[in-house]
Design a protein around this ligand. Sequence first.
Ligand SMILES: Nc1ncnc2c1ncn2[C@@H]1O[C@H](COP(=O)(O)OP(=O)(O)OP(=O)(O)O)[C@@H](O)[C@H]1O
Ligand SMILES: Cc1ncc(CO)c(N)n1
Length: 290
Amino acid sequence: MHSPPVALTIAGSDSGGGAGIQADLHTFAAHHVYGTSVITAITAQNTRGVTAAESIGADLVRAQLDAVLGDFAVAAVKTGMLGGAELLALVARYGEADRLPNLVVDPVMVTTTGDPLFAGDPAAYLARLGPLATVLTPNLIETRQLLGREITTVDDMREAARALATYGPRAVLVKGGHLEGESAGEPHEGGAVDAGGVPGGSDSAIDVLWCDGQMLDLAAPRVATRNDHGTGCTLASAIAARLALEHPLPQAVAGAKAYVTEALKAAAEWRLGLGRGPVHHQHGRKSNAL
Ligand SMILES: Nc1ncnc2c1ncn2[C@@H]1O[C@H](COP(=O)(O)OP(=O)(O)OP(=O)(O)O)[C@@H](O)[C@H]1O
Ligand SMILES: Cc1ncc(CO)c(N)n1
């Protein structure tokens, strides 16, 4: 019997189940990839926000990393909430020792509801994990914090992706989920990869991917929904799952974005929680079961 590929998420727990470790493991399972997890923090969180958060001690995080990496042939890794400088440095040391293959770095700093999830210096993300990342996936808020500049247009996103790439990742995906009412303008030199998408326009959700020296626009229909909690975690873990399945990088990213779009569509009518609800990670299943 053929064993499934193994992916690892290094991230925080979301008690509401829509983001963090819970979203990542759902996403790995939806891709038929076996999921392992290193928990970096516990958050008390629901669809309305974070009410408490505490980091896990570095010794216990190290023990989790050693337990997983010492036993499983991990094919791809996603990092999410690292909480602060100490765990960032710890994870970076495993990457520097070549123990974190196909590394997708989601530089989680703040939730969509505005709650801070990283206490350290944003520049440390770039300095420590930038050179190790196969792909870095900041949202607009994180891109602003990482580069210390405003991002208001798709052209700004393209420039930011190029600037972030100088820190050493193979690819940078600047996510435009928070860019409202913006048109994609002229497509860039590399054109677009099929992300189940539509041409740019104010009703599209546009991300830009700088990969191997090429700029690609990834546009998908913008889903009208209040249930968008955890889309960033879901996208990054879907990329990791697809890398574990040996998809080439641009296709892994485009396929992951299409997966997120379908997950948003499938959960648009859900009423789970009173705030921004989760997406439907298992939307590909034939029945409506979770
Ligand atoms: N309403 C929407 N319709 C379609 N795609 C969306 C929508 N909202 C976000 N996306 C897409 O979801 C992905 C995640 O983007 P986003 O910028 O929301 O990340 P994020 O802020 O890190 O997410 P979160 O913090 O909620 O986990 C991107 O591919 C983005 O384009
Ligand atoms: C634990 C956790 N990680 C990441 C995010 C970002 O969406 C979140 N809300 N919660």
